[in-house]
Design a protein around this ligand. Structure first.
Ligand SMILES: Nc1nc2c(c(=O)[nH]1)N[C@H]1C(S)=C(S)[C@@H](COP(=O)(O)O)O[C@H]1N2
Ligand SMILES: [Mo]
Length: 257
């Protein structure tokens, strides 16, 4: 690594040409966007572009730093916009890292929610136990990075209520989720405690349909679509950065307001 912001670290035109494939790879992986020049890349990372691994790990470190700054700026009291119930789209739009035909429904009767990490009472929860907790509803916009959005109506126990109930350490940094389809995900504690963060069990007043996460999915008004895991099977409270399915592929971890 060279020290950042050294003008002599900017490579000449020939080197730039040589490394167009690197820039394209980084773009494809979502680490940089919009034809950022290689010179800018060197300025940003302080790295020798002849070592793609160094550039990539520096960009990942930079993106983690951005996550931390965004988490600091997160206002726990600011509410995302909500909409009238008449705007709820039925049925909602589907997305996953595979086709809707390949959704494997979860059996709500045998489903258990496993708990681990910094939680006092780690007993697994059944669906009826979860449904007996106080509920809250919200009509919010779902925004997917693939370029579409819809207004949806979600009901479930606020994650804060659940975390308090099981004696989670609310000073821990992360809440991590596992899902039935192997789509790990995680959020910062401030977002976990935000009033518009629900363990949703209903859409538009009905139980979630299979494609949308039955029996339980995370639904947050303050974050992009991919941060909302469906078919949750386990929750962990931890101080160790857990990452997530798209985050490991270079997408922003914070990804929210
Ligand atoms: N378990 C799981 N959760 C997931 C995904 C997934 O592939 N698996 N995709 C995410 C993405 S990219 C989006 S946009 C939303 C889509 O949720 P929806 O089908 O309810 O619109 O779910 C998110 N949660
Ligand atoms: Mo998405």
């Amino acid at each position: 690594m060279r020290s950042p912001f050294r003008p002599d670290a900017v490579p000449d035109a020939a080197v730039l040409d040589d490394h167009k494939p690197l820039v394209r790879t980084l773009e494809r992986r979502g680490l940089i966007r919009g034809g950022l020049s290689l010179g800018a890349l060197v300025m940003l990372t302080g790295c020798d572009v002849k070592r793609p691994e160094a550039v990539e790990s520096a960009l990942l470190a930079l993106s983690r730093l951005t996550d931390d700054v965004q988490a600091l700026l997160f206002n726990p009291n600011r509410l995302a916009p909500t909409y009238p119930a008449s705007m709820i789209l039925r049925p909602p739009k589907f997305n996953a890292y595979y086709d809707v035909m390949d959704v494997k429904p979860v059996d709500g009767a045998t489903w258990r929610l496993d708990l681990s990490g910094l939680i006092a009472d780690k007993h697994p929860w059944t669906l009826s136990q979860l449904q007996a907790l106080p509920r809250s509803s919200m009509v919010i916009k779902h925004i997917c990075v693939e370029g579409w959005s819809y207004i949806g109506g979600w009901t479930g126990v606020p994650l804060r209520v659940f975390l308090e109930r099981v004696g989670a350490d609310l000073r821990a940094k992360y809440v991590a989720f596992k899902t039935a389809d192997d789509y790990p995900s995680s959020i910062d504690m401030a977002t976990a405690l935000h009033p518009q963060t629900l363990l949703a069990t209903q859409y538009g007043g009905d139980p979630l349909a299979d494609p949308f996460g039955y029996p339980v999915r995370l639904r947050m008004a303050t974050k992009l679509g991919y941060k909302n895991p469906k078919w949750i099977t386990a929750i962990e409270v931890t101080n160790t950065y857990p990452g997530g399915y798209w985050e490991t592929k270079g997408f922003s971890w914070f990804a929210g307001l």
